[in-house]
Design a protein around this ligand. Structure first.
Ligand code: SAH
Ligand code: SF4
Ligand code: F3S
Length: 467
């Protein structure tokens, strides 16, 4: 793929969009309320916060649910086939809702739209869509909305630019914890993955812009920041004056925000410097999401992951030595083309050897345009389903063993909300990244509470308060 330089959106371009937002505000036919349906990863979740910020600036308020919104926007994901199907299924369902509310506008954006030819295909199949735009066009929503409101035809805009847009309006989901995107795109081209094609080349935000955003969040009372990127460990390489991720973390740690987390890390770029910074830091949480994807070296090579099982295990050991008790989580794919039973066994044994606190497990899903989609020996659904079941069983067993290390220990929980199972209990995440339920009420939401861990249930720990 040809070299592409990141494009910084200029202040003049942003001002133009602010003007469009004001124009939309004064249009009588504009939607009053919006609802954004978000699929996919945290990147998309944060993009939806930016989209919501722009819609708010256009004078719209959030509807309680999509049935009651005048504008429904689907922020899509295409990392696996089922993510795509779910998004389109819901778009079709809205067609019915529209019969009741003729004013209803429907928009589709996000990664799915960024695939070659996809926007056109979708619009042909789903003629009731008013607006479609790619990830690179997100900051232009006010102008696109303005155009959509002034025409009967669908407005479509998909570009292949590697955009960095600072200072966009934002409507955050939570007051106590916030996402900060530190880099965009991905250059790794793992052979199964569509992300580099739909999110463009890897590019990092300037450290000063990130620190500014973090300071503002701290001053507004945010207790936890989550740094986002497809491969945060390679942060800073694309900058004119390169800065390592470890250095960025060191500077963020000095801001005294109570909790700092990040995701996702790539094992090949996990440096000793980063481990050292984590071990010395005051605020970086002792948790690490380190996707392994597979336990067999030949498969790892065909996945283009650029590390071996041995190297991965060495990194895990180093993390555990430097940060005792660290919470470890991972992503795993089963049924990659050509995966033999014996090779799959290597994934099982790796899961048992590491003992993860939790793992996201996926059946390989061929993505058009990626290398793996053209590889021979695609695995049948039956075989893949059987393997994922066995993998989940092994993981659950390992998880119980791993999490028992917390029994009797003290933990700090940032309370996120009422527990789903009881109204006298609340839940949140501990410093190690594990979900914890404790006695409490609505008044605890957004607070950091000390607990002693007393039990384990399914994927969560339970605790008693020791205020
Ligand atoms: N950048 C992150 C995660 C990207 S997508 C990383 O490198 O880890 C999240 C997870 O989806 C991946 O870790 C992988 O396990 C899974 N995934 C990606 N493409 C997939 C595909 N085609 N089929 C099944 N799982 C996939
Ligand atoms: Fe996809 Fe690999 Fe990039 Fe992660 S590192 S987004 S799995 S290509
Ligand atoms: Fe999906 Fe795009 Fe994230 S494809 S996983 S929403 S980067």
């Amino acid at each position: 793929m040809a070299e592409r330089k990141p494009v910084h959106v200029t202040e003049a371009e942003l001002e133009e969009q602010r003007q469009y937002a004001l124009e939309v505000r004064s249009l009588p036919q504009r939607p009053e309320t919006y609802f954004i349906v978000t699929y996919g990863c945290q990147m998309n979740a944060h993009d939806s916060e930016l989209l919501a910020g722009m819609l708010r600036d256009m004078g719209m308020s959030e509807a309680p649910d999509r049935e009651n919104a005048d504008f429904v926007l689907f922020n899509t994901c295409c990392v696996r086939d089922n993510a795509e199907r779910r998004a389109l299924g819901n778009v079709t369902w809205l067609k019915e809702v529209r019969k009741k509310n003729p004013r209803l506008m429907i928009g589709v954006c996000g990664c799915m739209i960024q695939q070659p030819g996809m926007a056109e295909t979708i619009l042909k199949q789903y003629r009731f869509i008013d607006l479609a735009f790619g990830t690179a066009n997100l900051y232009r929503l006010p102008e696109l909305m303005y155009r959509a409101l002034n025409t009967d035809r669908a407005v479509v805009e998909v570009e292949e630019r590697d955009v960095i847009a600072e200072e966009l309006p934002v409507q955050r989901l939570r007051n106590d914890a916030a996402y900060i995107t530190i880099m965009y795109g991905c250059d790794n081209f793992c052979s199964y993955c569509i992300v580099p094609y739909v999110r463009g080349r890897e590019r990092s935000r300037e450290p000063e812009a990130i620190l500014e955003e973090a300071k503002r969040l701290r001053d507004s009372g945010v207790k936890e920041i989550m740094l986002l990127g497809q491969n945060v460990n390679s942060y800073g390489k694309s900058l004119e004056t390169p800065v390592t991720f470890a250095e960025l973390l060191r500077r963020l740690d000095a801001l005294d925000i109570p909790r700092i987390r990040f995701m996702t890390s790539h094992p090949k770029d996990l440096s000793d410097e980063l481990i050292a910074v984590m071990a010395e830091s005051k605020h970086i949480l002792p948790q690490f999401h380190l996707p392994v994807q597979h336990g067999n070296n030949e498969i790892l090579q065909r996945m283009n992951r650029r590390y071996t099982r041995e190297r991965y295990l060495e990194r895990v050991e180093k993390l555990r030595e430097a940060i005792p008790g660290i919470g470890l989580t991972t992503d795993i794919i089963v049924g990659f083309p050509g995966e033999t039973e014996k090779q799959f066994q290597d994934t099982l044994s790796l899961v048992r050897e590491v003992g993860y606190d939790s793992a996201f497990t996926f059946i390989y899903s061929p993505r058009k345009g990626t290398k793996a989609a053209d590889m021979p020996d695609q695995i049948s659904e039956d075989v893949a389903t059987d393997r994922i079941k066995r993998l989940i069983a092994a993981q659950e067993e390992g998880q119980r063993k791993a999490q028992s290390r917390f029994l009797g220990q003290e933990e700090e929980v940032l309370v996120e909300g009422l527990s789903r199972r009881s109204d006298t209990a609340v839940s949140g995440h501990g410093r190690h990244g594990i979900s914890i339920t404790l006695p409490g009420s609505e008044a605890d939401i957004g607070k950091i509470v000390r607990v002693r861990i007393t039990g384990m249930k399914n994927n969560t720990l339970t605790g008693e308060r020791i205020d």
